[in-house]
Design a protein around this ligand. Structure first.
Ligand SMILES: [Cu+2]
Length: 155
């Protein structure tokens, strides 16, 4: 009797622990930028809300492309360049906001052109070993005209 109770208790404890880890980081909003079919790369922008302690986004996986990288924009001598990052920190009870003006997820080597309004799944990997799949839609970047003119240089 006592043995059974202990097992049940452990199971509940374990379930709660894993559930709370998954629930800490939530997708607020996001989109993948629609690109002309001739462009093999694009970028994803999204906002994550963290209800737990500080956590780092350390990688992104997606089946739609060969690779996804964490990038940021930095200004060097008046020229804006993209730099690959090893992680993005999401502060305790804070937000991570990816935007065309700064941090973004670069999606490289699209296997096929994306269609507007198509949902894209991204698997977000965190430094505590957990991951979370988010689904965001392909959207034309009409709201950020000046950013659309900014070129993404690679390799
Ligand atoms: Cu980039």
């Amino acid at each position: 009797m006592k043995h059974i109770f202990k097992h049940a208790f452990n199971f509940v404890l374990l379930s709660c622990t894993s559930f709370s880890v998954l629930a800490n980081v939530m997708l607020v909003e996001g989109y993948v930028r629609a690109m002309p079919p001739s462009v093999p790369n694009t970028a994803a922008y999204f906002t994550l809300m963290n209800h737990g302690p500080e956590i780092k986004l350390v990688g992104v996986e997606t089946v739609i492309a060969e690779e996804a990288q964490l990038h940021t924009l930095v200004e060097e001598a008046g020229v804006i360049k993209m730099k690959q990052q090893t992680s993005f920190t999401i502060p305790e009870h804070g937000n991570l906001e990816l935007a065309p003006s700064g941090d973004h997820v670069m999606i490289l080597g699209l296997k096929q052109p994306l269609k507007v309004n198509e949902a894209v799944n991204l698997k977000l990997k965190f430094d505590d070993g957990t991951d979370k799949v988010i689904s965001i839609k392909v959207t034309k970047q009409d709201m950020t005209k000046q950013h659309g003119e900014m070129e993404h240089h690679h390799h």
